[in-house]
Design a protein around this ligand. Structure first.
Ligand SMILES: C[S@@+](CC[C@H](N)C(=O)[O-])C[C@H]1O[C@@H](n2cnc3c(N)ncnc32)[C@H](O)[C@@H]1O
Length: 280
């Protein structure tokens, strides 16, 4: 599955304001005694999770951004250079200065389906991700949790889709569109049949069964007229996904889409964050 840098840029400010700040603070306090924690960001895309997480962490940080899309990894280096006050290229990626913090960044191209533990011998102090785990399957979750537990690695993940969007004002085609969208959401996304909205709960239960302290928190997108460009893109994405299912006529899709792209549309998209800390 591929994602455009434009889409990831558009959602970035909404992602950052939506994430649960208590879990973020707890993840930061878990790392407080590490001088330069090594943080692996899985499915890092254009680097939004680093820009959303790093401000809460300590003075020195080392990030490894993992993705299978080389164009997004390259965009991540551009966007991070623009975000930082100072940026120097290094052999592996970048060294950034931002708000008094020194952040070393490396990019790594890897397919997480083939290898859910792309760190090899270099064990991270934190594994993180944003907007990734609703793509994965239950068997992949089992594999991933097993590799985390083997080395007692902590996980902090944010913005995992867990509920169908609720649009307002109501439209007569909402139920039909939601049902078709859900059917598409459960499709294969490169990791086997997607666990979709169930993924985050399944992951939390699995890690608990392995002795982890797993805490979940809501991080919904609450979109209103100020988020109109994102609402338009979201509605367009829904229409495309529903079209693929062939469960709804083009006429109904078009009418729904026109209504949803109108000014004044609001939408709540359910997400969850998870902080899972390993047993001592
Ligand atoms: C919804 S995007 C989220 C990107 C970024 N974390 C963010 O919050 O903006 C999902 C990301 O996962 C990456 N991805 C999907 N499947 C992958 C796989 N099998 N291996 C590595 N990366 C993958 C995509 O390329 C994309 O960058």
């Amino acid at each position: 599955m591929s994602f455009s840098p434009e889409w990831l840029r558009l959602r970035e400010p909404v992602d950052h304001r939506s994430r649960d700040k208590t879990l973020l603070a707890k993840a930061a306090s878990y790392l407080v005694n590490k001088d330069e924690p090594v943080i692996y960001d899985l499915g890092a895309g254009a680097g939004s999770n680093l820009r959303g997480t790093a401000p809460a962490l300590g003075q020195r940080q080392r990030w490894v951004l993992v993705d299978y899309d080389p164009a997004l990894l390259s965009a991540s280096l551009d966007y991070l250079s623009q975000w930082a006050e100072k940026s120097r290229p290094t052999a592996a990626g970048l060294e950034l200065e931002k708000s008094g913090k020194l952040i070393r960044v490396e990019v790594k191209r890897a397919d997480l389906n083939a290898n859910p533990a792309p760190w090899g011998e270099q064990k991270p102090d934190l594994v993180t991700s944003a907007a990734l785990f609703d793509l994965v399957s239950e068997p992949w979750i089992d594999r991933f949790c097993a590799v985390l537990a083997k080395d007692k690695l902590p996980l902090y993940t944010t913005l995992v889709h867990d509920k169908t969007a609720k649009w307002s004002p109501a439209h007569e085609a909402d139920a039909q569109m939601s049902a078709a969208f859900e059917r598409d959401f459960g499709k294969e996304k490169g990791f086997g049949p997607s666990a979709g909205n169930e993924a985050i709960g399944t992951m939390a239960r699995k890690l608990q069964s392995l002795g982890y302290d797993a805490q979940l928190a809501d991080s919904p997108w609450k979109l209103d007229a100020n988020d109109h460009p994102l609402i338009e893109q979201l509605a367009g994405g829904w229409a495309n996904a529903v079209r693929e299912t062939k469960a709804v006529s083009e006429d109904v899709i078009q009418k729904w889409l026109t209504a949803r792209k109108a000014r004044g549309t609001a939408c709540v998209v359910g997400h969850k964050d998870l902080l899972a800390l390993p047993p001592k």
